[in-house]
Design a protein around this ligand. Structure first.
Ligand code: SAM
Length: 253
């Protein structure tokens, strides 16, 4: 199956934006998983004085998770889909949260940043060139800044692959067909199957120059299907380290 990309994907999300929150609320763990991944950023002092980027914010579920994890931070949230952004903007937000209609590929050239941390939830599987976007994230982050990616990225086990296929066939694609968004939910199914496994995405982060890369599972039925990836843009400013250590695949909780 041809995956949806760029303009076609943004159009598909525009259309699906009307039902997106209702459909994702049927997924037990969608929001708790996002909250857990945002907390894993471990931002100090409730994010006071920090500027955070939510890359691919959609209707704002990931932005809300970020705000809960860092209620005193300034947050810029961007998305390629005007329809998804309209849904996000219709929700109540404090003044230090702002939304921009930009693609992940455009943020750096739009003069945004620098950021202390970037959160990207369910984005990387959708972009045409994940390495280019990771490179761009590094230019957007301050040295030592944190990246958390929350993504459908299979463990590599056949059991998890079979569970994902069954959930998509039995629930995700039929429900998406009912809402008129069959192409998008078929894209979801196949983009997950085609995307990096968790260890391959961690290796991709290493190659992009991130340090301290760690992978953590989410709880519930998505265990082995969704992972949190944590990384830093070069050595932590406090560490005083001058070389990149060989990354240990620690598991964060
Ligand atoms: C599955 S939704 C997730 C939204 C939100 N992060 C959440 O957790 O609910 C993926 C979002 O990424 C956006 N997206 C996909 N490709 C993008 C790109 N290249 N630049 C910016 N946003 C993109 C889509 O428009 C969509 O809103």
């Amino acid at each position: 199956m041809n995956l949806l990309r760029d303009h076609d994907l943004a159009r598909a999300f525009d259309h699906a934006s009307h039902t997106y929150d209702r459909l994702t609320s049927l997924n037990p763990g969608y929001r708790t998983g996002l909250r857990r991944s945002a907390r894993r950023l471990r931002l100090p002092d409730e994010g006071a004085g920090l500027h955070l980027l939510d890359l691919g914010c959609g209707t704002g579920a990931s932005t809300r998770a970020l705000l809960e994890a860092a209620p005193r931070a300034r947050i810029t949230a961007v998305d390629a889909s005007a329809g998804m952004l309209r849904r996000a903007l219709a929700k109540p937000w404090p003044a230090r949260v702002s939304f921009l209609h930009l693609t992940a590929e455009e943020v750096a050239s739009a003069g945004e940043g620098p950021f202390d941390a970037v959160f990207a939830a369910y984005l990387f599987r959708n972009v045409t060139d994940p390495d280019a976007v990771l490179g761009s994230v590094r230019t957007l982050l301050r040295p030592g800044g944190r990246l958390t990616v929350h993504e459908y990225s299979l463990s590599g086990s056949r059991v998890h692959e079979a569970l994902w296929t069954a959930v998509c066939r039995g629930l995700v694609v039929p429900l998406g067909t009912l809402t008129g968004d069959r192409a998008l939910y078929r894209h979801l199914r196949h983009s997950v199957a085609a995307f990096d496994t968790a260890s391959a995405f961690a290796a991709r982060l290493d190659r992009a120059g991130f340090t301290g890369v760690r992978v953590a599972p989410v709880a519930g039925w998505q265990k082995g299907i969704v992972h949190t990836f944590l990384a830093r843009n070069g050595p932590s400013p406090a560490s005083g380290a001058t070389t990149t250590p060989t990354p240990a695949r620690e598991h964060a909780q």
